[in-house]
Design a protein around this ligand. Structure first.
Ligand SMILES: [Zn+2]
Length: 328
């Protein structure tokens, strides 16, 4: 499966930091992070609350624009190794310059430079989706929205909220989403992971997003499932993440196949791959093992993800060509 080309739409940049990268950065900065790894060197945590502690500790050493550039390079090497030809990553002005526009531009320049270098060597294409953090509240979402609007273009192509879904309602963040939409950015929002069907409905109706991060709990309301299918809303489904965090006990219980069979546009991503001990290759393998997805299913999955990507038409054409070449 590793050689199969893949399109990934839901990936948190800091959450994609391999443990080895974090360990070497921590060593350079003389930060002791020994409590977050197991003997094999992987991230180790026990349950969701502990996952947050480990995630926060690991990502705390990624600080400067240079760190972010190195991170992009490392993550893209890993993705290219797993056959990813195009990826979108969530990037947060809150973590990159504290919401200050001038500082954000410096981080952005460093990340873009690293992405361009990876594209030149491995052919992999990366685009950025700016994400405000939901549990920081609606007021704090305005600065990242303005940063996103000011830097919208070829590389920053979307806007999508992450963070704790239990905080507030999607509609509380309408100002930030309107600001991003007016700047020409395409919209997505985490919903239907820790929140239920109402959370998904709120994101679609009140924020007018065209994609949903996760969205899997829509399955608890079949009228909503029908609605998502009819409106062509795309779900960025991350099965391995959902199972690692205990949303579903195992792959067989995951609703991706039920959503797909009801006509919902599903795509597959890894979310925070090293934290969930997964890769795009592993996700594809599990989908094949559990639901019997074959070459045609994966080709259709890739095409759908390429169509749902927030990049410009020219870039989309290039991705589709790469996918077609692999189908032959
Ligand atoms: Zn996510």
């Amino acid at each position: 499966m590793r050689g199969v080309p893949k399109v990934e739409l839901h990936l948190h940049l800091e959450g994609a930091a391999p443990p080895g990268f974090v360990r070497s950065l921590a060593a350079e900065k003389r930060v002791d992070l020994s409590g977050i790894f197991d003997e094999s060197g992987s991230y180790a945590y026990d349950g969701f609350v502990d996952f947050l502690r480990v995630y926060e500790a690991a990502t705390s050493v990624i600080e400067t624009p240079e760190d972010y550039g190195r991170l992009v390079r490392t993550v893209l090497e890993e993705l290219a190794y797993h056959g990813v030809v195009y990826a979108e990553t969530f990037v947060s002005p809150d973590f990159c310059g504290g919401g200050d526009l001038a500082a954000w531009r410096e981080y952005l320049a460093s990340m873009q430079e690293a992405a361009a270098a990876a594209e030149a060597t491995d052919g992999i294409v990366l685009r950025g989706v700016v994400t405000p953090i939901r549990h920081f509240g609606p007021e704090r979402a305005k600065a990242p929205a303005l940063c996103a609007a000011e830097t919208a273009g070829d590389w920053i192509v979307g806007f999508g909220m992450g963070g704790n879904e239990a905080v507030g309602n999607p509609g509380d963040f309408a100002w930030a989403f309107d600001c991003a939409r007016e700047a020409g950015l395409r919209l997505t929002c985490h919903a239907g992971e820790w929140g239920g069907p109402d959370s998904v409905r709120g994101a679609v109706d009140d924020l007018r997003v065209e994609r949903i991060g996760h969205g899997v709990r829509a399955i608890e309301d079949l009228a909503l499932v029908g609605d998502l299918a009819e409106r062509g809303i795309v779900l960025e489904v991350c099965p391995g993440s959902n199972i690692a965090l205990g949303l579903y006990p195992d792959w067989a219980a995951h609703p991706i196949e039920r959503l797909r069979s009801r006509g919902v546009k599903v795509t597959v991503s890894t979310d925070d791959p090293p934290f969930f001990h997964t890769t795009m290759t592993r996700e594809f393998e599990r989908l094949a093992d559990t639901f019997g997805w074959d070459t045609d299913d994966f080709a259709a999955l890739n095409r759908l993800a390429a169509e749902a990507a927030f990049c410009d038409a020219e870039t989309r054409k290039t991705i589709l060509k790469k996918l077609e070449a692999a189908d032959v």
